[in-house]
Design a protein around this ligand. Structure first.
Ligand code: BG6
Length: 488
């Protein structure tokens, strides 16, 4: 269905996120005719720019970032919706001009693609202009805070003016097709639904690897590190979807209640146990895809003393009935050999071996959910090798049942996560957005690990760019007779 008519206001329209992701996504939604014909799109930034110049800049962005030639018919429709208004976002008085650009009879969606430090100012400015009412929706980008305390401050500033029902916190992983597909896989298939617990599953691995470094974002990244940049949000959200109990419906709060329970059941990692459960790394120079790249401390603008981690591996335990004794191993890092995100569910081994000494260690079945790239789902199974072996023996071979999205759904374009999320905001559905209690619970858990690291005085372990992280991350699994899944 299309969306409701609204005034879609993009605060920070000249910033990186808006230019790379949000404007190209709006263009794709326009192309798919999913934006209501009466919706307007209003860019807001502090630069003095005419609407015509703004429109030209939007066109340039779309040409640059949407990866295909611009469709003129689509562009004509999108262009007709565009408006621009200059606002000095920290100055309440400057919001009066803004008021003239929105229609009080329509839903207003305010997308805050700005640094979170000014979310409070923007809310106050909107309030001063008298444009806040219960129909307004506000969209918040990460990072929402640096730790639990600062996250509470930001959430409080916004809560002063908006009810939780009006707040859409983005975690773009929740907009990815393959992440959403986790819900379908688990709850639309009895073979998974009935085998999804400690009785059948040995352990779970989640890997989110990136080959890029920090891409000129030293200032931001060095303050954050991989734990805050990726684990606190994306990995914990994915983990929650894998581990949650069946929600009663697909309603926003049914799903979010279940995710929250998982976050609350995460066993704390602190000074007493971090050494057994965590590994952090920092890349040194090396080769990624044949290209020589500098180490983290040699990046432009680097503080050469930095101890910020660019790699994290964790052993996570969920203290509830379903997952008792089933570790979840997470790893994520920059400058790994390739960009790949995948979930691997390792099922338990067979209790008894029928097949003789050479098959004494039958590999377990694995369900591999490839989030990106090459989206798909794969199951490894053991098969008999065809042939006339003697009746008392059998040759076995591991094979794959493989569903590739690009083959199975070759007529469908896989939408970018932001397209899905923008559309859901325009439809007023909060299911794919993170509730305040989830964010705060995630921070609480992450803060304890960060405090243990800080207190330890140990630097992160170096790993060569283009490798799978520090050797200790292999040890994290090897200690328990397991190893990281190697897809390629
Ligand atoms: C962002 C992080 O949230 O996610 C980036 O800030 C990271 O550092 C990005 O590169 C990864 O997203 P994706 O969709 O490319 O996996």
């Amino acid at each position: 269905s299309t969306s409701e008519p609204c005034d879609f206001v993009l605060f920070g329209t000249n910033g990186d996120l808006a230019r790379r992701k949000l404007l190209p996504s709006l263009y794709q939604l326009e192309k798919a005719e999913l934006i209501h014909p009466d919706t307007t799109i209003i860019g807001v930034a502090r630069q003095e720019t005419s609407v015509d110049d703004y429109i030209d800049s939007v066109r340039d962005n779309i040409e640059k970032f949407s990866g295909a030639e611009v469709c003129e018919e689509t562009w004509a429709r999108l262009k007709a919706r565009l408006d621009y208004v200059k606002v000095d976002m920290r100055d309440e008085a400057s919001y009066s001009a803004f008021k003239e650009h929105v229609n009080p009879d329509r839903i207003m969606v305010c997308y805050l693609a700005t640094p979170p430090s000014i979310y409070g100012d923007i809310c106050r400015g909107l309030n001063a202009a008298g444009v806040i009412d219960p129909s307004v929706r506000v969209v918040l980008e990460k990072p929402i805070g640096h730790d639990l305390a600062s996250s509470c401050v930001i959430n409080e500033q916004v809560a002063e003016f908006f009810d939780e029902k009006q707040i859409y916190r983005i975690d773009h992983y929740l907009g990815k097709e393959t992440v959403l597909n986790l819900i379908a896989l688990r709850f639309a298939n009895s073979i998974f639904a009935t085998n999804w617990d400690h009785n059948c599953i040995d352990h779970v691995q989640v890997s989110v690897a990136e080959s890029v470094g920090i891409e000129g974002r030293w200032g931001y990244f060095d303050e954050a590190g991989q734990m805050r940049d990726m684990v606190q949000n994306h990995l914990l959200q994915v983990l929650s979807l894998i581990a949650m109990e069946p929600p009663t419906t697909l309603d926003a709060d049914s799903i979010r209640d279940e995710k929250l329970k998982v976050l609350k059941a995460l066993r704390p990692i602190n000074a007493s146990n971090y050494q057994q459960s965590t590994v952090r790394g920092q890349y040194i120079n090396g080769f990624v895809k044949g290209q020589e790249v500098p180490g983290y401390l040699e990046e432009p603008d680097a503080n050469t003393e930095s101890r910020t981690e660019t790699f994290v591996a964790l052993k996570v335990e969920i203290d509830n009935w379903r997952w008792a004794g089933v570790p979840f191993y997470l790893r994520t890092g920059k400058r790994l050999p390739t960009k790949v995100s995948e979930i691997v569910i390792y099922f338990k081994r067979q209790p008894h071996n029928l097949f003789g000494d050479s098959f004494a260690n039958l590999p377990p079945n694995k369900l591999v959910i490839r989030l990106q790239p090459d989206e798909g789902v794969e199951i490894t199974v053991m098969n008999k090798v065809p042939g006339l072996q003697s009746s008392g023996s059998m040759d076995l071979q591991k094979s794959k049942l493989n569903l590739s999205f690009s083959e199975a759904f070759s007529d469908e374009r896989i939408a970018d996560a932001y397209e899905k999320l923008l559309l859901e905001v325009m439809r007023g559905n909060q299911a794919l957005f993170v509730r305040r209690d989830e964010i705060e619970q995630a921070w609480k858990w992450v803060d304890s690990i960060l405090a243990a690291w800080d207190g330890s005085n140990e630097p992160p372990e170096p790993y060569q760019a283009g490798t799978w992280g520090p050797v200790a991350s292999i040890g994290l699994l090897a200690r328990e007779d397991r190893s990281w899944y190697e897809s390629r």
